[in-house]
Design a binder for this molecule. Structure first.
Ligand code: GTP
Ligand code: MG
Length: 488
């Protein structure tokens, strides 16, 4: 009996153990399921966080261009002030500093012109960079220098932008000098067009100046002189260009429309509205990744800066730096000041990399996807438009110039002229071409000493359009029409 009881107890024990173990298994299964769910949820959370991190507003890069002293930095500074990013005390400090330098009216420009040389001379040297937002859009402002010595910096600024604000001074005599041959109003427009600035807001500035006093005649004169030139430079003035009057210094017609008591004849938008309404072509976030490197520095790895021209970059991605084929890992991505999980085309980003030393990267190198890396070549075919040769020289094989293409700056030589294009019919002319002059369109072979990463214009316009400069002057603009891949 005792045995029976013991047996029974034993059986119960076994049952219980089985039960227990079932429970354990069950519990384990629940646990695993829970974990899977948690993981899924956390993945969902990740996606949600990522979605959250993806800015809701669209992003636009705007470059401020135009002749020296037109008021680019002043207008840029005023934008930051009006959008609440600079407080009154800072403005007062700048007013005092400007006064001490006998540059009373330059205090607004000091918001953008941050280094001492720029403040003393009243001239932008480096492209200034700042951010502001309107209701619909996050903007990165790139404040280019107007002085002719700093055109290469302007080129680097414009090559990062989709929209240009062309600042023109309406002050007596100033519009005229900027617009003259050799003035930077012309050079900047031509460069902007070739560098991919697809839309232009032409702001007629200094409307408050005593020589202008919001005169409709002066505004109309500037618009009517600029329009044919903009057309000639390749802008569709109906679709891609908009004129508006402002005073950057006082901040009139910028955040809110100009009061009728100041300017009775203007019924159009103010600058913020016009910027908010600009449309730019959509880029492909799923395309092969391309980011020309404009700058680099050391900070817990190698950090490279640039604008994403195609594709997207995520933390953890494996990529390649071209043309030196360095395989790298993306440790972190920063957009403006914030760390983000991913950034897409059009964004200005900083990317922290491992696997490459800072010294091994040069500006003009391209961070690129591994599966479809950007081609690198030392020879390519291009269609050029000759703008203005120095001393009306002739353009022939052997011509040497400095090539600017995205962030690349390289000495180049024209090795062969292939065909001249009839500017009217856009068709190749039959006869053999040995030299061409100003205004000509010509297809030629171009060589550089070092490997450069470029694309055909028809594939990636931003990475296939360039300018040629000699002795500080832009002599030609062009498009890459073919890559000599065996030259790599
Ligand atoms: P760079 O950087 O050298 O190419 O010049 P910028 O185009 O940035 O010009 P900046 O903003 O430095 O202004 C040049 C001068 O024009 C300064 O004295 C400004 O005060 C003056 N200025 C700019 N905007 C206005 C304006 O709307 N009205 C008046 N009256 N003066 C202005
Ligand atoms: Mg400036």
């Amino acid at each position: 009996m005792i045995d029976e009881i013991a047996q029974h107890e034993e059986l119960e024990k076994v049952d219980k153990m089985e039960e227990d173990s079932k429970e354990v298994v069950h519990n384990q299964a629940v646990e695993v399921e829970k974990k899977v769910k948690e993981k899924e949820n956390s993945a969902l959370d990740d996606e949600a966080a990522f979605e959250k991190e993806l800015p809701k507003k669209r992003h636009l890069n705007v470059v401020f261009i135009g002749h020296v002293d037109a008021g680019k930095s002043t207008t840029g500074g005023q934008i930051l002030f009006l959008s609440g990013q600079v407080d009154d005390r800072t403005i007062q400090k700048y007013e005092k500093e400007a006064k001490d330098k006998s540059r009373e009216s330059w205090y607004m420009a000091y918001i953008m012109d941050t280094n001492e040389e720029e403040r003393v001379k009243g001239k932008t040297v480096e492209v200034g960079r700042a951010h502001f937002e309107t209701e619909m859009t996050r903007f990165t402002i790139l404040d280019a220098p107007g002085h002719k010595s700093y055109v290469p910096n302007m080129i680097s600024g414009a090559s990062q932008a989709d929209v240009g604000v062309l600042v023109i001074s309406a002050r007596k005599g100033e519009f005229e000098t900027g617009y003259e041959r050799g003035g930077q109003t012309r050079e900047h427009v031509q460069l902007a067009k070739t560098l991919g600035v697809s839309k232009l807001l032409v702001v007629v500035n200094k409307m408050d100046d005593p020589t202008v006093n919001w005169s409709k005649e002066r505004y109309d004169e500037i618009e009517s002189k600029m329009t044919p030139f903009l057309k000639l430079s390749g802008y569709n003035v109906k679709k891609d260009v908009q004129f508006l009057p402002i005073s950057g210094l006082i901040g009139t017609n910028m955040k809110t429309r100009v009061d009728k008591s100041v300017c009775s004849w203007w019924g159009g938008p103010c600058l913020f509205e016009a910027l908010d309404a600009t449309e730019i072509p959509q880029r492909d976030p799923k395309g092969p990744f391309r980011m020309p490197i404009i700058d680099k520095f050391k900070d817990m790895g190698t950090v490279v800066m640039g604008k994403v021209e195609s594709g997207s970059v995520r933390e953890g991605d494996s990529m390649v730096v071209m043309p030196n084929k360095a395989h790298v890992k993306v440790l972190a991505v920063f957009c403006d000041e914030d760390k983000v999980k991913r950034a897409g085309p059009g964004e200005n980003v900083r990317v922290r990399l491992s696997g490459v030393e800072e010294e091994d990267i040069l500006s003009g190198f391209v961070l690129s996807s591994i599966s479809r890396p950007i081609p690198s070549v030392s020879e390519f075919e291009a269609q050029l438009q000759i703008l203005e040769l120095l001393d009306n020289a002739i353009f022939t094989a052997g011509y040497k110039a400095v090539l600017h293409i995205h962030a690349v700056v390289e000495e180049c030589e024209i090795v062969e002229l292939l065909q001249q294009i009839d500017p009217k019919t856009k068709k190749p002319m039959k006869r053999k071409v040995l030299f061409v002059k100003n205004g000509a369109f010509v297809v030629c072979r171009v060589q550089v000493n070092n490997l450069i990463c470029i694309e055909k214009f028809s594939d990636f316009p931003q990475l296939g359009r360039f300018t040629l400069r000699t002795e500080g002057k832009t002599v030609a603009v062009g498009k890459v029409t073919g890559l000599n891949l065996s030259s790599a």
